[in-house]
Design a protein around this ligand. Structure first.
Ligand code: CMC
Length: 425
């Protein structure tokens, strides 16, 4: 929305726009044509790349809203299917709408049979995220009838397919790594129960879904469902801005998510906690994190947007206790995590830089208790984030202001010079 306010730069006035909540933005679209200058903002720390009505974060207050609903309420009272509907459609569903949506997703859980042969081309020790990048990109070779991005119906079918098939793809990546047969989906189970069975079940015997684990994992999926214009979502939007098909765009998002500064942090955080091992070693690691000459960072700590406790980490920490109680297990790593958090939050370095636990700090502790190996953690993040990616991608394609993403640069290389033949250099 354009405000009456403007920001003066030189002889030109630039409109100031306001959203429904959050900081105002300066519309600089005419800056180059009017002044011949670009803006410089590596990492996009001050740049809004799009309008969006999906997710709002107030990083100072530790607030995360999906379509206006606080993440804590959704995690407590909703389900991943309902949150998926909300993100895609903008409103909470009626009972009938939710049943129909769940039925549609459930009916798309199977993969084209030939895709199983793709898996067999990978090494058994391939990282599940490497497999996910390849297999999800390859979906575009199998589902030609949902790659026309100009057809809203095809866009919705592709979105449903991606949400539905991601658990099957992730579970098959796990099964392949442990040398067990793939399990077909069982559509009598819930979205999350089905994923648990495809991951931990075997064809030789029935698998009983533990309802507490199912609920905890469903909540983890809700916590990861969307997160505004983060790196992987921006990657999906950038890839999609060229008109690329949705499967290729989501594969690009998965590739970006894999990095340890982003979704790969959950795997890195648990590895770090295990390496610390016992609370007496925490000061050593805190000292390393503060040392400018050491590249080590506390994984699962800090965030570009949150300068307060990540509200997802609060729910995660509660969920650890629930899962431990339900499974009657404990893990010394949880005690290390709690004490590390306590010490860091009382250390001036972390206080001044406003570094708090993020969603990845406790998620690994729960996933490990459920039985997932660390290499699967980021694959689970990708599974859940798929709904956010497709919702953001749909929003972008439907936006009349959408253009191909094409940043500018501040060129610092050589100016024009003449080519010298190799014998004269
Ligand atoms: N441990 C120690 N110091 C840190 C940490 C950390 N985890 N995070 C940031 N800092 C310091 C950093 O060294 C810098 O110090 P200085 O101002 O003296 O140079 C300052 O805090 C600001 O850090 P930054 O890297 O400029 O901030 P950023 O917004 O570019 O990076 C981040 C955000 C999440 C990449 C970063 O905090 C980090 O690397 N955290 C660890 C990885 C992690 O947990 N990532 C998951 C993010 S949440 C899930 C997701 O979105 O995928």
């Amino acid at each position: 929305m354009a405000d009456t306010n403007t920001l003066k730069f030189g002889n030109h006035d630039y409109p100031v726009m306001s959203g429904s909540v959050g900081p105002q933005v300066v519309d600089i679209r005419k800056l180059y044509s009017e002044t011949g200058m670009f803006t410089y903002d590596p990492g996009f720390t001050s740049t809004a790349s799009c309008e969006s009505a999906l997710t709002y974060i107030d990083g100072d207050e530790g607030v995360l809203l999906h379509r206006g609903y606080p993440i804590g309420q959704l995690a407590e009272q909703s389900s991943f299917m309902e949150v998926s509907y909300l993100l895609l459609n903008g409103e909470l569903p009626s009972k009938g709408e939710l049943d129909e949506f769940t039925h549609t997703i459930t009916r798309h859980t199977m993969l084209h049979e030939q895709l199983a042969t793709f898996y067999r081309g990978f090494r058994r020790d391939a990282h599940p995220m490497a497999i996910m990048c390849g297999v999800v990109g390859a979906l575009s070779a199998f589902y030609h009838d949902s790659t026309d991005i100009n057809d809203p119906r095809q866009r919705m079918i592709a979105s449903h397919r991606l949400i539905a098939k991601m658990p099957t793809i992730a579970a098959m990546a796990y099964k392949y790594s442990v040398g067990q047969p793939f399990l077909y989906p069982d559509n009598s189970l819930s979205y999350t129960g089905n994923f648990l069975r495809m991951t931990f079940g075997v064809p030789a015997e029935p698998y009983h879904v533990n309802p507490i684990v199912e609920r905890a994992l469903d909540r983890i999926f809700i916590l990861h469902a969307d997160h505004e214009q983060n790196a992987s979502t921006s990657t999906v939007r950038l890839a999609g801005s060229s008109g690329a098909n949705p499967f290729a765009c989501i594969a690009a998002g998965i590739a970006c998510l894999w990095g340890p500064a982003h979704g790969g942090a959950n795997e890195a955080a648990l590895n770090m906690l295990r390496e610390i091992g016992t609370p007496d070693r925490i000061p050593e690691f805190i000292a390393r994190a503060k040392d400018k000459n050491d590249p080590f960072r506390l994984m699962g700590f800090g965030h570009r947007v949150y300068k307060n406790y990540d509200p997802r980490a609060t729910v995660m920490q509660q969920t650890v206790r629930e899962v431990f109680d339900a499974l009657k297990v404990s893990d010394p790593v949880f005690e290390v995590a709690l004490q590390l958090e306590h010490m860091a939050l009382n250390d001036p370095y972390f206080v001044e830089k406003k570094l708090f636990p993020n969603v990845d700090f406790y998620s690994g502790v729960i996933l490990s208790a459920i039985g997932f190996p660390t290499t699967m953690f980021t694959a689970l993040f990708a599974l859940a984030r798929t709904v956010g990616w497709v919702a953001q991608w749909n929003e972008m394609i439907s936006d009349p202001a959408q253009k191909i993403g094409r940043p500018r640069q501040l060129y610092t290389g050589p100016t024009q010079r003449d080519y010298t033949p190799i014998g004269q250099r």
